[in-house]
Design a protein around this ligand. Structure first.
Ligand SMILES: C[S@@+](CC[C@H](N)C(=O)[O-])C[C@H]1O[C@@H](n2cnc3c(N)ncnc32)[C@H](O)[C@@H]1O
Length: 227
């Protein structure tokens, strides 16, 4: 199995508990972090605005954007895990087209989207490198389109490092009650996303880019534009 297939297999196993455990483990903060991502996407909104929610999971990010935009945008969802797409379709209904696909080989034409957003998926792409993903997203964006990515990454500073070292042990214990291997991976992977390295990768891929630290923890919001 290649690393993408392993990741899809892992997310299939935790689809049913994913949202509930996320809320418990982050005290609901992922909802607030997605709100920041939604605001960044909608900042550039214009007529006929179409957004790709890449790695849509159970559809939470899309639900947030549809609510914030009062349904005035069109969203297409894509994910590599079939079980996640089934869950998204239950949560979102028929209004959001859902496509099975790998973020590194997106099944969409060049210049399809005004914005591509992805929440909490960057760590899944580390093993095969972010550059392929960033170039592929750029291909599917219209000129001037935006890329908005939010994910938890490496804590900065000694206090935060120590805090997250202990906190991730708790996450592993809690998630381990359901699926030890997957929650070990999810907890360990926060150390693999370095916000400065990722921003440099965005610049190398040809985006104008900014990185913001979001409140309460170690989430980073990366916002870029295709020139
Ligand atoms: C941590 S979940 C995040 C889901 C959702 N975006 C959210 O806000 O909760 C990561 C998602 O990335 C998807 N994923 C992982 N690797 C992928 C890839 N190569 N292409 C597309 N989706 C991928 C997984 O199937 C999973 O649904």
């Amino acid at each position: 199995m290649n690393s993408t297939a392993k990741i899809a297999d892992m997310f299939s196993g935790i689809t049913k508990v994913y949202d509930a455990l996320n809320d418990i483990m982050t005290f609901g903060l992922t909802r607030i972090w997605r709100m920041y991502a939604s605001q960044a996407v909608l900042k550039g909104k214009k007529d006929d605005f179409i957004v790709l929610d890449l790695a849509i999971g159970t559809g939470y990010m899309t639900g947030r954007m549809l609510k914030d935009s009062k349904g005035s945008i069109k969203v297409v969802g894509c994910d590599v895990t079939r079980a996640m797409l089934l869950s998204a379709s239950k949560n979102l209904g028929n209004g959001v087209p859902l496509v099975l696909g790998d973020g590194k080989f997106l099944p969409f034409r060049d210049g399809s989207f005004n914005s591509v957003v992805s929440a909490f998926s960057l760590r899944s792409f580390i093993e095969e490198g972010h550059e392929k993903l960033l170039f592929e997203i750029k291909r599917t964006l219209k000129e001037g389109g935006s890329i908005v990515l939010v994910d938890t990454g490496k804590p900065q500073g000694n206090f935060m490092k120590a805090f997250f070292y202990v906190y991730m042990k708790i996450i592993k214990q809690l998630g381990g009650l359901y699926d030890k291997k997957s929650y070990d991976w999810l907890a360990n992977s926060i150390w693999t996303l370095d916000p400065n390295d990722f921003r440099r990768a965005m610049i190398r891929a040809g985006y104008e880019s900014e990185v913001f630290s979001l409140p309460f923890g170690v989430p980073y919001l990366f916002v870029g534009r295709k020139n």
